[in-house]
Ligand binder design. Structure first.
Ligand code: ZN
Length: 259
């Protein structure tokens, strides 16, 4: 079972990673995509990928919350990290109007540059989007050749999901959507084609209600099988389908190896 989106490099896990990875493996997790968010944390993601080869699949990206703090050489640094990690994805990147004082202009430039880079280097891209669905669609359409892309923790409407699907989107579901009030999001996932659905923890964020594993007040990354079982039931597919989808999205199956 593959977690397509977590943040195992997050400082809250400092000193505990050995134990976390053991617990994840015992729970049946075979790999996880660890998403960097800014220039400062890319080296830590790279370190974890080296420490846990084949288990930590690295992804490097500039998150919309970190756009204001980027250096003038961020894109070159990002390209260098991706080039030195041939199996790495691009992520996470995206658009966010929910944050305090969003600079959408800057976010869009950074987002498009990353989509182009992912395409150029044939890497799948992981996208974060909050309350910026219109700009997301515009930017995706403005790119003539898109990389394979995942809308992670997808919380948009059915209509936006349909439009993004036409552009080739994949969707991942996080445990937070198992809360009773998230019924609309669950309905959207139940309607998506089962070959486009993935599962993630987004640990240490987005904890499910009543999880089997706890990490203080944070989401434990070993909660993935618990979330996957609920998602599979919701979508009427076996859990194995989610794993196969993850392999296809990540280019680790023969079916879809190039982006
Ligand atoms: Zn994330």
């Amino acid at each position: 079972m593959i977690d397509v989106h977590n943040h195992l490099h997050d400082p809250c896990f400092q000193g505990e990673r050995e134990r976390l990875v053991d617990t994840m493996r015992e729970a049946g997790i075979t790999a996880c995509v660890v998403n960097g968010t800014c220039e400062e944390d890319w080296p830590e993601v790279a370190r974890l990928a080296k420490r846990y080869p084949g288990f930590v699949l690295p992804a490097f990206g500039l998150h919309p919350w970190k756009v204001a703090d980027r250096s003038s050489s961020w894109l070159d640094t990002l390209a260098a990290f991706l080039e030195s990690h041939p199996g790495a994805g691009l992520g996470e990147c995206g658009l966010d109007r929910f944050m305090k004082n969003p600079d959408l202009e800057a976010q869009q430039g950074v987002f498009r540059a990353q989509l182009r880079l992912a395409r150029e280097l044939h890497r799948p891209a992981t996208i974060h989007c909050l309350r910026a669905w219109g700009p997301l669609l515009e930017n995706l359409k403005a790119i003539d050749q898109r990389p394979r892309f995942l809308l992670h923790s997808y919380g948009g409407s059915r209509e936006i999901a349909r439009q993004c699907l036409e552009l080739g989107a994949w969707y991942s579901f996080s445990g937070h959507f198992l809360h009773p009030r998230k019924v609309r999001t669950r309905e959207v996932f139940a309607d998506l084609p089962t070959d486009r659905i993935l599962v993630e923890t987004d640990a240490p964020e987005m904890a499910p209600p009543n999880p089997p594993y706890h990490f203080g007040t944070h989401n434990h990354p070993a909660n993935l099988p618990f979330i996957a079982a609920k998602l599979a039931a919701l979508c009427g597919c076996p859990v194995d389908t989610l794993t196969r989808n993850a392999q296809r999205f990540l280019g680790r199956s023969d079916e879809e190896s190039s982006v």
